[in-house]
Design a protein around this ligand. Sequence first.
Ligand code: PAF
Length: 256
Amino acid sequence: MQLPMPQVITQLNDWKSIRQNLTGKSIGFVPTMGALHEGHVALFERSIAGNDLTVGSIFVNPAQFNNPDDLKNYPQPFEKDLEIMNRLKIDYLLFPSYDQIYADGYVYKITESEFSQELCGKYRPGHFDGVLTVVMKLFNLVRPSRAYFGEKDYQQLKLIKGMAEAFFMELEIVSVPTIRENDGLALSSRNQRLSGEDRAKAPVFYQLLSSGLSTENIKTELARNGFQVDYVEQYGNRILGAVFLGKVRLIDNVEI
Ligand code: PAF
C-alpha cells in the first residue's frame, strides 16, 4: 500500500531522526507559509525535477509580521495545501509549532544591516530579521542541497542569497521567476483577501511597473488609480514596488 504523501512532521525531533537516514540523497527544500498557489507549485516542480527528495515546510512565521492584523488574517487552508502537496508527491512536509521553532523565544536573530533597511525594510521594521532567522533555522534543520525562492519576493531572495554566502552555507539558492495571473497580477497568498473591486484594479500595479514610465510617474499614476504607495524604486536592473489596496499589501518587481 502506498503511504499518503507528503509525510507530515510536526515534531522536530522526529524530523531529525528521519534526516539522519537521508544522507547521500540530494534534498530540495521549499519553505512556505502555506496558502499555496501556482507560484509555490512552480517552486516545488523545480525542486522535484532537480533533487532526489523534496521537503516543504509550512510555518506562518510571526517574527516576520510587523502588522498583527496581517498575521491574524493570513490565510491558513491547511487541508487544501496538503492536497496540493499530495498531488505533487512532495516527500516530507515540516509543519512545526511556534514553540518548536522559537524554543529560544526569538532572542537569537539574524540581522542584515544594510539592504534589509531599504525598500520593504523601511516600511516593515524587523521583517527581514524574522525572515532570515526562520530561514536559517529551517536550513539548519533540513540541510538541503538546494532551496527554492520566488523572484516576486526579490529583496527576500537577494538577502537569503547573501546570508547563505556570508555564512558559508553549503547549499544552492535557486531563484524561480514570478508566476502571474493572465491579467499580469503576480500570484500571492494575499490576493485572496482583495475585495472584488480591488482585485479588478490590482493588475494596474504590474502594468505600471512595466510601463517604462519613471518611478515618480509610476507613483503618481498608482495614486491616481486608488493605490496607496509605500515605494516604487529602481534597484539595479529592476523596478520594485509595494502598494496597498485597502488593507492588503502587494509587492512586485519587473526587470527593465
Ligand atoms: O516567502 C515566504 O513565504 C516566507 O518569507 C518564508 C521564506 C517561507 C519565510 O517565512
